[in-house]
Design a protein around this ligand. Structure first.
Ligand code: IPE
Ligand code: IPE
Ligand code: MG
Length: 246
């Protein structure tokens, strides 16, 4: 008799999420897109809590892409307002829960008030050693890789780097959060099956799970299902020895 399959919920070390489908969630209910974004923030709160409880060490969330600036001004200001409120209202609780907040993406062109909030969140939580929450904000992966190349070029010009020093490891060390390990699992909600310029470099060997639910519907059960699917995959990293899960 075969043993019943024991669900494996061992948490991947790093889970990254493309939180997609807020607008369609709202449209399906005859609500304005903004309501979808507000409900999306609630899903984010649930997810941070669930990830911490399940033992995930790093959670990266795609909250605003470098390409999202092409949306109508009213929607952009709604999304900026939500980030501002998320940091203002949730920071104390995140800090209380030992969460370390990091932000990746281009900062220079952001509103100074948002930049200040980001710096404060990172400063306040930098010594925390619970879940690391990486917020990808004004983030595009090609832009991040270009920034890394620019930083390397500056080092070369200053005489601190030779062309022959450039390797994959070296380039990775110039990315926005070089100490954060690559994601083991990338989840995208909404049914779309693409990366939309998210973590292209870091996703080299990530398992991709696409869920047919809209982001405002995401909860602990959805995260658990994605983790179960992750453990069904066989990660090989180019070799022959099967390594299941993380
Ligand atoms: C995700 O939901 C939130 C952001 C991209 C900021 P969308 O706003 O993309 O919702 P859909 O994809 O239009 O449904
Ligand atoms: C990706 O979703 C960006 C975020 C989730 C923040 P989009 O909705 O912007 O992606 P596309 O346009 O469908 O590729
Ligand atoms: Mg979308």
């Amino acid at each position: 008799m075969s043993e019943p399959e024991v669900p494996n919920l061992d948490a991947p070390r790093h889970v990254a999420i493309i939180m997609d489908g807020n607008g369609r969630w709202a449209a399906a209910r005859g609500l304005p897109r903004a309501e979808g974004h507000r409900r999306g923030v609630e899903a984010l709160r649930r997810t941070v809590r669930a990830a911490g409880e399940l033992g995930v060490r790093y959670l990266t969330i795609f909250s605003f892409s470098a390409e999202n600036w092409s949306r109508p001004a009213a929607e952009i200001s709604e999304l900026m307002g939500l980030l501002r409120r998320f940091i203002r209202h949730d920071l104390a609780e995140l800090h209380g829960n030992n969460v370390r907040v990091r932000v990746i993406g281009e900062r220079e062109s952001l509103d100074p008030e948002i930049r200040k909030l980001i710096t404060e969140a990172e400063e306040l939580t930098k010594a925390n050693n619970g879940l690391t929450l990486v917020i990808a904000f004004n983030y595009g992966s090609r832009q991040e890789i270009a920034r890394a190349a620019q930083r390397m070029a500056a080092e070369a010009v200053a005489g601190r780097l030779q062309a022959s020093d450039v390797s994959a490891e070296k380039l990775a060390s110039f990315l926005d959060a070089p100490d954060v390990p690559d994601p083991d699992l990338i989840i995208r909600t909404s049914g779309e099956q693409r990366l939309s310029n998210f973590l292209l470099w870091q996703a080299a060997y990530s398992e991709l799970v696409f869920l047919p639910i809209y982001w405002p519907e995401f909860d602990r059960a959805a995260l658990e299902n994605a983790i179960l699917e992750f453990h069904r995959r066989e990660r090989r990293f180019g070799g022959l020895v099967a390594r299941t899960g993380s």
